[in-house]
Write a protein that binds this ligand. Structure first.
Ligand code: SAH
Length: 344
């Protein structure tokens, strides 16, 4: 029988396991605290449990490892980037950024990605596997232990498509928000998707006040399909309908990510078309000067072009800002480090 990952169990599932291991239900609170507050990486470390109980637990469960393998610190802005190794030897990336409101962690949700966005480094080798909820939590616990300060905000914008790993992501959200564990409020969590509309609908059903970020990147289907194959399955109209439904249920402002690519999606006409498409929606547009990935041939838009783009959006009632480029000296954008390691 395959052992379950202890840190991926919800509190109720953990109680059931504790009972199966022949102990009283309340022991689950001790185990949960070891896993989610203290962040231990082995069952042996749970020293307030009897040796016999730890042994029975070890027969039923393990704790998936997320170990820091490499660490890079940006000299420009203190951004920290980690290459983390999982139990099976696969690698993922995690980034910690410092903002005035505290530390924000950018976590990965899959090993690789199968969405195929043409400007993105994470997708170059396809998807290897989904991450467990415990492996998403493990990224936070390992980074927090290394830095020695509380991480207060999470963005799910690392490697992988979170809505392509829906069940594990849902468990992760529940666990990270649990007041007996890391206790990070939903309002401090953003989830970014390339636009899997069924996942957006399921997220709406959960009705939790996280921030939904949509990687839109284009004002029309012709441009978007050229940049993102997922647009063939769910076009912009379908995607924006899912966003409007999401907003109706949750009442939350939606963030749209827009990678500014020179000569591809950054003209005045593109800005106007984008503003029209988003009109009437409670939203914010984040413009990201595209990061050049060596295997891809997209180039950053010029500064003046970006300013003009923002101006046109503003005139048409859409607020937009340029995302600060953090950690540019340490390949901090997603997928670049893992890709380098795969090539080495
Ligand atoms: N799969 C999810 C989350 C991961 S990517 C998604 O697609 O939203 C996080 C963000 O970085 C996305 O908006 C993605 O489109 C963007 N991104 C990926 N590669 C980039 C690059 N080279 N330059 C700028 N943004 C990029």
């Amino acid at each position: 029988m395959e052992k379950v990952d202890l840190r991926s169990l919800t509190y109720t599932q953990l109680e059931e396991l504790v009972i199966r291991a022949g102990e009283k239900k309340f022991r689950a609170s001790q185990v949960f605290s070891w896993l989610h507050e203290k962040g231990v990486s082995s069952i042996e470390e749970m020293t307030n449990l009897s040796k016999a109980f730890r042994e029975t637990l070890s027969q039923l469960a393990t704790i998936a490892r997320v170990d820091i393998m490499e660490k890079y610190v940006s000299k420009k802005d203190g951004t920290v980037k980690y290459l983390m190794r999982l139990t099976d030897g696969e690698c993922i990336e995690t980034v910690v950024m410092q903002y005035h409101h505290g530390l924000t962690i950018c976590i990965s949700s899959q090993v690789g990605c199968r969405m195929g966005c043409r400007f993105c480094a994470s997708t170059l080798g396809g998807k290897k596997r989904d991450l467990l909820a415990g492996e998403m939590l493990g990224q936070i616990l390992s980074a927090q232990a290394d830095i020695g300060k509380r991480i207060s905000n999470i963005v799910m914008m690392g490697i992988g498509e979170p809505l392509d790993n829906f069940d594990n992501v849902r468990t992760f959200l529940e666990l990270v928000n649990d007041e007996r564990g890391l206790n990070i409020g939903y309002r401090h969590i953003s989830l970014s998707t390339c636009g899997l509309v069924h996942g957006i609908a399921k997220l709406a059903e959960m009705n939790i006040p996280i921030t939904l970020s949509i990687s839109l990147h284009a004002p029309n289907d012709a441009i978007r399909t050229g940049m993102m194959p997922v647009n063939k399955a769910h076009n912009i109209e379908t995607l924006l309908k899912a966003c409007r439904d999401y907003q109706r249920v949750t009442g939350r402002r939606i963030s749209f990510e827009y990678a500014m690519c020179d000569g591809v999606n950054d003209s005045a006409e593109n800005a106007l078309e984008l503003a029209k498409r988003l009109s009437g929606m409670l939203c914010h547009v984040n413009l990201i000067p595209v990061n050049n990935v060596k295997e891809r041939n997209y180039r950053k838009s010029k500064k003046e072009t970006i300013e003009k783009f923002i101006e046109i959006l503003a005139k048409n009632g859409i607020t937009a800002t340029v995302r600060r480029e953090l950690g540019s000296d340490i390949s901090a954008s997603c997928g670049q480090l893992r890709q380098k390691t795969l090539e080495a």
